[in-house]
Design a protein around this ligand. Sequence first.
Ligand code: B4P
Length: 183
Amino acid sequence: MRLVLVGPPGAGKGTQAEFISAHFAIPHISTGDIFRANLSAGTPLGLEAKGYMDKGDLVPDSLTTAMVKDRLQQGDVANGFLLDGFPRTTGQAEALDGILREINTPLEVVLEMQADEDEIVGRLLARGRSDDSEEVIRHRLKVYAEQTAPIISYYKNSGILRTINGLGSVAEVTERAISALSR
Ligand code: B4P
């Protein structure tokens, strides 16, 4: 299965990606995790990404897309993958289509997770990561509405979008996700 998880920050993409990737035995590729790993290792990519992440802005498409292209060339994606948090702009969505066209493996499903703003702010404040202050969270939500939400119609038009409610317990949401993906 070649799958993308999309939804606002705090919708639970990273949380559900763990269960979904285990269920379908596919690698979980999170651009946020890759940036944070680079940051911990002090690489130039990590240091560049940090400025954007701390403010709640998106890391530029050029950096993000090159990183994903490189990741999708590794052997473990032969039987599919779960992309978590990528694409986040129409530019990234078009670039992903191009990368997958080159290797003749189109995307199969885009799973959208929905959650309302109050729930998101509560969850992320409780998580308390360095980019989880209320001001930065509100900015990330604005960035989501402006830059990421348009990719939902892009995928709806291509007929591969499935949408689930991200509210409820983690187990309830996992059940909804697996059932939407098994249809
Ligand atoms: P990400 O790492 O992708 O993180 P996120 O959107 O904030 O969180 P996610 O939706 O995965 O929520 P989670 O499961 O953790 O992005 C961070 C930053 O990286 C971006 O702002 C950007 O700067 C940069 N970046 C990443 N990808 C990029 C790209 N493609 N282009 C440009 N920039 C990019 O859940 C959040 C919290 O909710 C957790 O504490 C969890 O325990 C809790 N939770 C989850 N499900 C719950 C439930 N059902 N009930 C209650 N709590 C729940």
